[in-house]
Design a protein around this ligand. Sequence first.
Ligand SMILES: [Zn+2]
Ligand SMILES: [Zn+2]
Length: 50
Amino acid sequence: MAEETKKCAHELCSCQVSGKKYCSQACEDAVGVTTLACDCPHTGCAGHAV
Ligand SMILES: [Zn+2]
Ligand SMILES: [Zn+2]
């Protein structure tokens, strides 16, 4: 069975995750927190503050 790949559940995060809801602990921790940028450690994520 192929693992389903989908966008990280963090609103501002653009990372793809498979088999999980969030791409990183940072995104999971950001749930319910009002944030203006994604704080995940992945380069290429479009949600990072510049
Ligand atoms: Zn991200
Ligand atoms: Zn994420």
